[in-house]
Design a protein around this ligand. Structure first.
Ligand code: GZL
Length: 312
């Protein structure tokens, strides 16, 4: 009858007309820019009215944006939390307003009832996959590694460091001799790598650089070339994200390995919200996306082509 027809129409309606706020960190990296464009496309495809707020990598701007979404009475809030701490107060305000929160691509240290679910990779696994690749690549040769960390206090920086160190544990031919944040950006990654090269005999003492994201690796590659060395050969380059430009570097032998991070965290987030609203389905607290290793033997040119139009 008409009732069931309306019900099925409502079901089919899905998220059409829903107003969802998105507190995005900024556009510090190519990967972040791709996440933003993919999220907007996913929202568009579902008829969602997405309210977008760019925080220029400042937590206080994210907190302001979330407060604004609560005041607006949005239906849900997506947050990519720039750092792991300091969220309890504002997320409690969202909870008290009965607005579900979904975390994207980074985790937080807070009671789990403050968010409906979190869509992210297992960042410890990412660091471990990167480390295991380097261990296999160097065999028993001595190898001094320098590390470009992500944003201080962010879950990826903490977890990717932990995973990499786990992979190197017990391998006494490998040592992390310098480690500093490049804040996930190309320019800072280049600047910090320049400092490492100067401090280590122009790079003669450095066998590999591990960057917590490809953008810092691309910056480091430039610094290595400026120092007259061959990235990918004199100094191995391993990083995370699988952005198009790291595949270009692989195609010219200037990068050696990356661990893929999908920019599409919003798709699973929107699906979880739809099931929650339509059927009361409570999602798992953590929706983990895949981490896949890519090296120059994996058709880097083809991988570049597949990714170049996703908004990186
Ligand atoms: C990881 C994500 C990181 C990317 C960087 O999930 O938060 O933030 O690896 C980005 O490129 O800056």
């Amino acid at each position: 009858g008409l009732g069931s027809l309306l019900l099925s129409a409502a079901w089919a309606e899905g998220l059409d007309g829903k107003v969802i706020g998105f507190s995005q960190i900024g556009s510090e990296s190519g990967w972040r820019a791709a996440e933003t464009s993919v999220t907007k496309a996913e929202a568009e495809a579902r008829g969602i009215d997405l309210k977008f707020a760019d925080a220029q990598q400042k937590q206080e701007n994210q907190i302001k944006a979330i407060r604004g979404f609560v005041a607006q009475g949005v239906d849900a809030i997506l947050v990519a939390p720039v750092v792991a701490t300091g969220w309890e107060e504002v997320l409690t305000e969202a909870k008290e307003a009965n607005i579900p929160v979904v975390l994207l691509d980074r985790g937080i240290e807070a009671p789990e009832d403050l968010y409906l679910t979190s869509v992210a990779s297992d960042q410890v696994v990412e660091g471990r996959v990167a480390g295991e690749w380097l261990v296999a690549a160097v065999g028993d040769k001595p190898c001094n590694v320098v590390e470009l960390q992500g944003t201080v206090g962010s879950s990826p920086a903490i977890n990717r460091k932990q995973g990499f160190e786990e992979a190197l544990a017990g391998k006494d031919n490998l040592a992390i001799i310098r480690s500093q944040t490049g804040d996930f950006t190309r320019s800072k990654g280049k600047e910090v790598m320049e400092g490492f090269l100067k401090a280590e005999g122009g790079g003669a003492n450095i066998c590999a650089v591990y960057a917590h994201n490809d953008d810092m690796a691309v910056g480091a590659i430039q610094a290595i070339k400026d120092a007259g060395l061959k990235p990918g050969a004199d100094i191995l380059v391993v990083s995370i994200d699988a952005v198009p430009d790291i595949f270009s570097a692989m195609a010219t032998g200037e990068a050696n390995a990356t661990v893929e991070l999908t920019p599409n965290m919003a798709g699973p987030a929107f699906d979880a919200l739809q099931a929650y609203w339509d059927a009361g389905t409570v999602p798992p607290k953590f929706i983990i996306t895949e981490s896949k290793l890519y090296t120059p033997t994996d058709d880097p040119q083809g991988e570049y082509e597949r990714r170049k139009d996703l908004g990186y």
